[in-house]
Design a protein around this ligand. Structure first.
Ligand code: 5GP
Ligand code: ZN
Length: 113
């Protein structure tokens, strides 16, 4: 768990977050700068720098992010939602701890910008 990783700090409780779900493997919390009426992040507690760092042993964990995220989206009242994983700075990644964005509650344009 890198000391200087923002999301590891949220996991450790060193930085507050509006938590929606937590278990021993996964944490979900609201994005601090929401880009839609509902915008939250689902992250593994294991530090992985992004999608490119996912290995075979993480496959089940990454699937769990999607299941948990979908369940939270339903509870939040947004059965239609956009799922985003940014990988690398050119793709818009700013926090280098794997995270799944879920955005809902408004129309989503395609393709994304
Ligand atoms: P990325 O651009 O890396 O895909 O997404 C990082 C996300 O983390 C951004 O949507 C940003 O608003 C969010 N974020 C950055 N710092 C914090 C924080 O301290 N707390 C929360 N809840 N979200 C954050
Ligand atoms: Zn981390």
């Amino acid at each position: 768990m890198p000391d200087n990783c923002l999301f590891c700090k949220i996991i450790r409780g060193e930085i507050p977050a509006s938590k929606l779900y937590e278990d021993d493997e996964v944490l979900a919390f609201r994005d601090i700068a929401p880009q839609a009426p509902v915008h939250f992040l689902v992250i593994p507690k294991k530090h992985l720098s992004g999608p490119s760092a996912v290995s075979i042993e993480d496959e089940q964990l990454v699937g769990k992010l999607m299941r948990i995220g979908s369940e939270i989206a339903a509870k939040e009242g947004v059965p239609h939602f956009r799922v985003v994983f940014n990988n690398g700075s050119q793709a818009g990644q700013t926090v280098f701890h794997l995270h799944m964005h879920i955005l809902g509650g408004r129309h989503m344009a395609w393709p994304p910008g």
